[in-house]
Design a protein around this ligand. Structure first.
Ligand SMILES: C[S@@+](CC[C@H](N)C(=O)[O-])C[C@H]1O[C@@H](n2cnc3c(N)ncnc32)[C@H](O)[C@@H]1O
Length: 336
């Protein structure tokens, strides 16, 4: 729409509209003028919304996993979120080591891997606010374990905070730069972990190439993400997938097989999955829908203007997409 497109914010100096970035315009033409514009909106979203996520949803910003009828009847969302991490460990055979947690949120998974498995975890996120929250939560957990005040918990020379037998640090970084940023540590990570973050990245091929570059031989890429179903018709795409991409700040969603192809093209071999667990995670959005009845969240969404409203409206589309089978969730792992 010409009028909406002409109201789009100016492109920051140095940004370029590329063939790839042109795919990311939303229906009203406001969004994603360039890949950098999309990333700026993602960063702003997580900078502004992370306190709300933490209050309403807890330290894990990912789906819960309810694999059985019994779990669906009994497990809390907090337990189900840990069940998803346990499933990822099962699918990948990961049991410890040096981990890069890409798109780490407020660090729930990073802390779990450090405290439960003794991993050394570097969590990266595009949101500086998430780094602050993640660091604060980690100091609190570390201090509690050592019977110290959080303020007494000090990072080591490399910025790691001790947690159980493991350690954790958080870095504000656009993951699309992780290959250069960790160039000195190329080939040294045992695990690259990415949970519900890759769907935000414009250049997914680059992510798989960087994961391959940073992993040691035999190292694992562990992945959970959102997908569109294979062979969708235009009507299902328009009614279910487009509002999810728009409201959740996602470039075009991929199918599970597209991830496998990109990983393989980057030199990785399939190790576990893809395991489609859509039916066992969809309860997440029934719970989310009841959580968003909270008026403070709508007030926050309205204060964020069009993006905030589109975000909450996407919750409905997520439930519809799962019910229709057009929107899918899967876990998978790869080995170098
Ligand atoms: C849905 S949250 C998942 C958080 C976490 N992995 C979890 O499972 O709890 C998506 C995360 O991806 C991060 N993210 C999105 N785009 C990013 C980018 N280009 N570079 C780094 N992090 C990014 C966000 O900041 C956020 O932390």
């Amino acid at each position: 729409m010409a009028s909406a497109a002409s109201a789009a914010p100016p492109i920051a100096a140095g940004d370029e509209t590329t063939d790839l970035s042109k795919q990311y315009d939303t229906p009203i033409g406001l969004a994603h003028t360039t890949m950098q514009a999309l990333k700026d909106r993602i960063k702003l979203h997580y900078d502004l919304a992370s306190d709300y996520y933490l209050n309403l949803w807890g330290e894990h910003i990912h789906h819960g996993y309810w694999p059985t009828a019994e779990s669906k009847a009994n497990d809390t969302k907090e337990f189900a979120q840990l069940s998803l991490i346990r499933l990822l460990l099962e699918v990948s055979g990961v049991g410890g080591g040096r981990v890069l947690d890409v798109g780490c949120g407020v660090g729930g998974t990073s802390r779990f891997l450090a405290s439960q498995l003794g991993c050394d975890v570097t969590g990266i996120t595009i949101s500086g606010k998430q780094v602050q929250i993640a660091t604060r939560l980690t100091k609190a957990e570390s201090g509690k374990a050592a019977s110290e005040q959080p303020s007494a918990v000090e990072a080591d020379a490399d910025g790691f905070l001790q947690l159980g037998k493991g350690k954790v640090r958080f870095v504000e970084l656009d993951a699309e730069r992780m290959g250069e940023f960790f160039a000195a540590e190329a080939g040294s990570f045992d695990v690259v972990w990415i949970s519900e973050a890759l769907s935000h990245f414009p250049n997914k091929a680059l992510f798989f190439q960087n994961a391959h570059r940073l992993l040691r031989e035999g190292g694992k890429l562990v992945l959970a993400d959102w997908f569109k179903a294979e062979g969708l018709g235009q009507q299902e795409f328009d009614s279910d997938i487009k509002p999810i991409e728009d409201g959740m700040l996602l470039p075009p969603l991929c199918t599970q097989q597209e991830y496998v192809q990109l990983a393989t093209a980057a030199g990785l071999k399939t190790f576990g999955g893809p395991k489609d667990i859509s039916q066992d995670v969809s309860k997440t959005w029934d719970i989310s829908w009841s959580l968003v009845q909270n008026p403070s969240l709508w007030a926050f969404a309205f204060s964020q203007g069009r993006d905030g409203i589109a975000f909450l409206q996407a919750f409905r589309a997520m439930r519809r997409g799962y019910a229709d089978g057009s929107f899918r969730y899967a876990v998978m792992s790869f080995v170098k």
